[in-house]
Design a protein around this ligand. Sequence first.
Ligand SMILES: C[S@@+](CC[C@H](N)C(=O)[O-])C[C@H]1O[C@@H](n2cnc3c(N)ncnc32)[C@H](O)[C@@H]1O
Length: 211
Amino acid sequence: MRRLFGGKTPALTADLQQRIRRSFEESAADEEHFPSTIDPRILHVRVILQTFGDLAGKRVLDAGCGKGRFARVLLGEHPAARIHAMDIAMAMLRFVEAPLMPCAGSLTALPYATGAFDALYATESLEHAVDISGAVAELCRVVKPGGRIVIIDKNKDHWGRLETPEWERWFGQKELEGLLRRHCGKVESRPISYWEDVDPDGLFLVWLAER
Ligand SMILES: C[S@@+](CC[C@H](N)C(=O)[O-])C[C@H]1O[C@@H](n2cnc3c(N)ncnc32)[C@H](O)[C@@H]1O
């Protein structure tokens, strides 16, 4: 089997999925590393807002939402949007309150109908999915034709800069573009920094796709 992401790719067994879930159940108590808020000026938030445009009446999915920090900002900007927030860890979802719509599930088997969403984003969650091509297929499946997808994750070229659990994978720009192209017509990607006045250092990449 050809390995897309280099290194040893573990199989997504039920046991591994369970360990990942348990790890994030525990991580929810760690507010420093898994914060429940985000500064809305951060470019990771702005790129999602700019890509989606007006969300009034639209259905949006935050896939791997953690404590819902991005979803709360989106809702603040677009109160008439219907924002669903999905995560594998219940302890994370306890932070996600109405009118956001929390749901437990996995990126590799999304609990939503095909074409359910107008827009979808995943920030620093796909890197934990293990079955990356399966998760990308699922993310694309639940978005309507013409819907927008934003993925923000870390760059494989910077692997080693941070401590990572054994299942985590970072992506090459072209590798994830290739997976998205299997399902989406328009795909682009670029490095992204946190702040407008700071050049990207290459650690984070954003992928933008149109279903
Ligand atoms: C680093 S946190 C990022 C959370 C959120 N996107 C944010 O930026 O604040 C990664 C999140 O992905 C979730 N996660 C990991 N594997 C997942 C999977 N297979 N399906 C759904 N969520 C998953 C974790 O529970 C955790 O909340």
